[in-house]
Design a binder for this molecule. Structure first.
Ligand code: FDA
Length: 392
């Protein structure tokens, strides 16, 4: 029986950060993970360059049933703290856009940095180790693993969410929470492409590969970023962002040309270029393929001078406020994160410890705190991992 101070389940971003902080405090720390290699999601993140934080992180960048829960941890471990670590390891980085910081070279730089820090802090790491049962028979936890039984004073659950199951992601953290009487906010795939089953699916398929700057809205929530047509529907940053807010059976609105009032532009064209075809006018505003397919789908065409204002208005609306009803999402198979998770009302926002189960901690994506696209999810992993690492 191995007896340790801190056992971390999951060698991802949050688990490693927590282990490093706890190890630095002189505690004996073991991290176990069933995957072959640690932090696989860091490796594939940000297109292989890891968008490791966002300089403009605020609580408003996170979704949770309790939007204030993340405040304390984010305040105590900021993007600048992580950046200082990155710079101490001489990892070259750059700001891409909107405060998003990426590695110049590869995401592996971040993984190597975390592993070096963990080693320096005396953290032990057991990969390809599964656990079968967790219990708390007395004031310590017992965990049955494929490498034998473990006893620990503090058990940190950092097993993430079920997004991208082929990488070893599971919902085991929710099971542990429920076992100890903690509520779980219904998880759902987030930051995920939207799919369509109506005529819009045909349109999207025809336009697969076309991308535009767009504003995508759901209710009062709107994001202006890239939009990408795919064979199954819509993707790109603006659509991934809105997917975290979208709910089944409700439409989203897309502005395919946010910088232009299309009705006003066509009306002006009616006076200045009356002989021009509507399709030609649209091809001057939008990517050619998009203008053609939208015109075909909506029956736009004919000389501008011959178009009643009502028709031009309809044409403008189809581009500036296109309403679409998604059939669903691509699901956990491609979702970058999981919305929902361990209910924050059961946790301390300072330490991430379960209020009613001393020594049990939940950090990272397994908790009901989900960031926008743009480095916010890693910032939550670092901040919540740091908070627990200081408290265990
Ligand atoms: P994470 O999932 O990283 O780690 C959980 C660990 O637990 C894994 O190592 C897993 O193997 C292990 N585990 C799970 N079940 C287990 C079990 N039953 N037994 C043992 N071990 C188990 N975010 C961001 O801020 N910037 C970005 O650029 C990106 N890019 C990105 C791209 C893609 C393709 C994806 C899928 C996700 C992103 N993200 C992102 C999101 C980010 O990767 C995610 O929010 C963090 O990895 C969450 O960190 P955690 O440590 O909580 O879980």
């Amino acid at each position: 029986m191995t007896d340790i101070d801190v056992l971390v389940l999951g060698a991802g971003a949050a688990g490693l950060m927590c282990a490093i902080e706890a190890g630095k405090r002189g505690l004996s720390v073991l991290v176990i993970d069933h995957a072959k290699r640690p932090a696989e999601k860091i490796r594939i993140s940000g297109g292989g360059r890891c968008n490791f934080t966002n300089l403009h992180t605020t609580p408003a960048n996170f979704l949770s049933q309790n939007p204030r829960f993340c405040v304390s941890a984010l305040k105590r471990y900021t993007p600048q703290h992580f950046l200082k670590l990155v710079e101490a390891h001489r990892i070259p980085w750059h700001e891409k856009t909107l405060g998003q910081l990426f590695c110049d070279n590869a995401a592996m730089d971040i993984i190597h940095m975390l592993l070096r820090e963990a080693e320096a802090a005396g953290v032990k790491l057991w990969m390809e180790t599964s656990f079968t049962a967790v219990s708390k028979p007395d004031d310590r936890f017992s965990v049955a693993t494929s490498r034998g039984a473990l006893r620990t004073r503090a058990l940190v659950v950092a097993t993430g969410g079920p997004s991208i199951p082929k990488m070893g992601a599971t919902g085991i953290g929710y099971e542990i929470a429920k076992q100890f009487g903690l509520a779980v906010v219904q998880p759902r795939p987030a930051l995920v492409p939207l799919t369509f089953s109506d005529d819009n699916k045909i349109l999207c398929t025809k336009l697969a590969g076309v991308s535009v700057d767009a504003v995508v809205s759901f209710g009062k929530t709107r994001f202006r970023e890239g939009l990408l047509f795919t064979h199954r529907g819509l993707s790109g940053p603006s659509v991934l962002q809105i997917s975290s807010y979208w709910r089944e059976g409700q439409p989203i609105t897309v502005d395919l040309l946010p910088q232009t009032d299309v009705f006003a532009a066509l009306k002006a064209g009616k006076t200045s270029h009356g002989k021009q075809d509507v399709r030609t006018a649209l091809a001057g505003l939008l990517p050619k393929r998009l203008a053609e397919e939208l015109s075909a789908a909506h029956g736009f065409g004919g000389r501008l001078a011959d178009q009643p204002d009502k028709v031009l208005q309809r044409t403008g609306s189809a581009i500036n406020s296109w309403q679409l009803l998604p059939a669903g999402t691509e699901g956990y198979r491609t979702a970058e994160v999981t919305l929902g998770g361990v209910d924050t009302t059961a946790l301390s926002s300072r330490s991430m410890e379960a209020n009613d189960v001393p020594g049990l901690y939940f950090i990272g994506e397994v908790v009901d705190v989900t960031g926008h696209l743009g480095g916010f999810n890693f910032q939550w992993a670092w901040a919540s991992g740091h908070a627990a690492g200081q408290a265990v």
